[in-house]
Design a protein around this ligand. Structure first.
Ligand code: PGA
Length: 249
């Protein structure tokens, strides 16, 4: 039985004051939740998360990481630095990184490797655009993105990673994939991993992301291959995020 994970992706939102208020509400809502809960914040707030969450069940992480260990990479943040701030998770390959910051499949794979090398758990984001879906290319795109990481890191590396299926057309749009649409892709991802290592695939957590709301979370999380969610907009509203966590059990 895979333990569900609900991870918030704050994107480039927040302030010290707003974060403190949000985290207080989250901490207060944790008792009774069965799922694992995490928040992924902008880099400057990781120290705040470490201070406020260290003695709680809420885990935290970053939204990106450099593929390099150290060196002359102005503006970059290394995986080892994230560890110093107690991060457990880091998003890699979020569609906004891919589309707005030019991260190729190869760069995403390198970031995945850099994260794992220091013991961070990468949350590998995969997903097709609307044009790709309409062209019937969803499975091919998601497989290509996944294979880039498997080819580079080896399938065994997925044992200490999480996958998030986030159709680009559902992110921040209010349009959610239907539970059946999401389940179909999740099952295909698990099958692709199972073809290489069945046992590993059985334990792999595959999150769904893209306009998850309190109203649609329970039905999505009830699908066989949906093991939680990666939550953007609704993660900034304590009541909504907690309601989504409750839907995950
Ligand atoms: P959304 O974002 O929940 O606002 O659609 C999800 C994400 O980008 O991870």
């Amino acid at each position: 039985m895979r333990k569900k994970l609900v991870a918030g992706n704050w994107k480039m939102h927040g302030s010290l004051q707003a974060n403190a208020a949000l985290l207080e509400r989250l901490k207060a809502g944790m008792p009774g939740l069965q799922c694992e809960v995490a928040v992924c914040a902008p880099f400057p707030y990781l120290a705040q998360l470490q201070a406020l969450l260290a003695s709680t069940q809420v885990r935290w992480g970053a939204q990106s990481v450099s593929e390099h260990v150290s060196g002359a990479y102005t503006g970059e943040v290394s995986a080892a630095m994230l560890c110093e701030f107690g991060c457990r998770y880091v998003l890699v390959g979020h569609s906004e990184r891919r589309s707005l910051f030019g991260e190729s499949d190869a760069v995403v794979a390198a970031k995945f490797v850099a994260a794992r090398e220091v013991g961070l758990v990468p949350i590998l984001c995969l997903g097709e655009t609307l044009a790709e879906r309409e062209a019937g290319a969803t499975a091919a795109v998601v497989s290509r993105q996944l294979d880039a990481v498997i080819d580079r890191a080896g399938v065994a590396a997925l044992a200490s990673a999480v996958v998030a299926y986030e159709p680009v057309w559902a992110i921040g749009t209010g349009v959610t994939a239907s539970p059946a649409q999401a389940q179909e892709v999740h099952a295909a991802i698990r099958k692709r991993v199972a073809d290489l290592d069945a046992g590993l695939a059985e334990g792999l957590r595959i999150l769904y992301g893209g306009s998850v709301k309190p109203q649609n979370a329970a039905e999505l999380f009830a699908q066989d291959d949906i093991d939680g969610g990666l939550i953007g907009g609704a993660a900034l509203v304590a009541d909504d995020f907690l309601a989504i966590c409750q839907a995950a059990g």
